[in-house]
Design a protein around this ligand. Sequence first.
Ligand code: NAD
Length: 455
Amino acid sequence: MLIINPATETVIATLTPDTPETIANQYKMAKTAQTNWAEKSLAQRLAIIEVFSELLDAEKETLALTLSSEMGKPLQEALNEVQGARQRIGFFLQNSQRWLSAESITPTGGTLEHVTYEPLGVIANISAWNYPFLVGVNVYVPALAAGNAVLYKPSEHATLTGLHMAALWQKAGLPEGCFSVVVGDATAGEALLNLPLDGYFFTGSYRTGKHIAEKVAGKLVPLGLELGGKDPLYVADDVLNVKLVAEAVLEGAFYNNGQSCCAVERVYVHHAVYTAFLDALAAAATQVVVGSPLDKTTTNGPLSRKPQLAFLQGQVEDALLKGAQVLWQYQGTLPQNGYFFKPILLTNVNHDMRLMTEESFGPVLGIQLVENDEAAAALMADTPYGLTASVYSSSAARAENILKQMATGTVYWNCCDRVSANLPWSGRGQSGLGSTLGFEGIRSFVQPKAWHMRK
Ligand code: NAD
């Protein structure tokens, strides 16, 4: 299996993928390891997780460089991601005792009733490449804290990062077998689906998520799916500072080269501020620099996967054919090699265009004029996805009126493209099932046992 740097198209590593046999062996080891791990106290498990977090900090430069070289994000963004992952671990360290400890429900009387929270067992964490630290930590840290063992399958586009994570767990003192990296692509993922695991936690596309849900349904074990989105954002006519809003929208759309599950993918703008907003957005876009992820001035590196170049181009061409207009496109020279794409902003768009209905997952953005809040809300809701929705307005009441109509797991007022460890992260519809982060994200990796105790 070749690991290719998307910025240079050079092979940076050659790995041997796991086979169904090696994966079955990993499972056997995990099963034994899990029993011992679950017998340790929660405090002992959290102590090891804390060391893992300290090691992330100690090795952040190498980790960021590896991540940047295998999926192409600018080095500073890779460093930010490692730091963000540490903050999330901090949340789990602070809250696991509270939410995983036994609860006494009926402490007096003839029958004493209490609840304990037991680990699921050995779980699969099949992960994505766009934020491997963040989406990995969301699953494997609370899973390990609760006493589970994890078979972690990083994306084939973030495998070196996954292997480095495993090395850090070992250094941190995690017993062997509690966290195993499964190397490979869809074939290795399929092998995990064929094993009798106790839970499946997936981050990735709707297509793969649906396949996994169908395949493991008969096992009747917990399933978590963090899938894609087509996240809308509305700019109302009462925004106080159009320039600041435009800058926030651009960052929400283009950070990580648009390869974020909660990236802003479509924008609706009230007609009264439409022209001013477009001017401000085009002005903000002049700050975009496409280039090597190692260059400090670069805002957008290459796309992580080569087929995505043609996919995005297809969305843009479809939109242009149907009447869209280019508001702005990157004019600089692209590096000669690598999967580089010129970010683009399009106006005169509508929902007959693929650009406005299917997930782009890249630096392309459509901006549509709307007459009023009702029209904006109807267009925002016109999607099978349900990850996030955002409204920019100076009125909380006005924003809330729109946001409460959205069938999404997350809503934003005057912000966007944001995840907080304090809050549950979940998608509805084609954006997923279950939650990570927050209280729900800790309880996702345990099963309650109800105790009825009579003397
Ligand atoms: P993907 O579905 O192509 O792959 C995800 C993982 O699934 C990879 O590890 C891959 O090897 C594995 N896989 C592929 N086929 C499989 C199969 N048949 N059986 C088992 N495993 C299989 O997705 P991706 O390109 O890695 O990630 C991008 C997608 O992830 C986007 O849609 C994005 O929106 C979504 N995403 C969602 C969140 C969230 O929190 N909701 C976060 C990050 C990414």
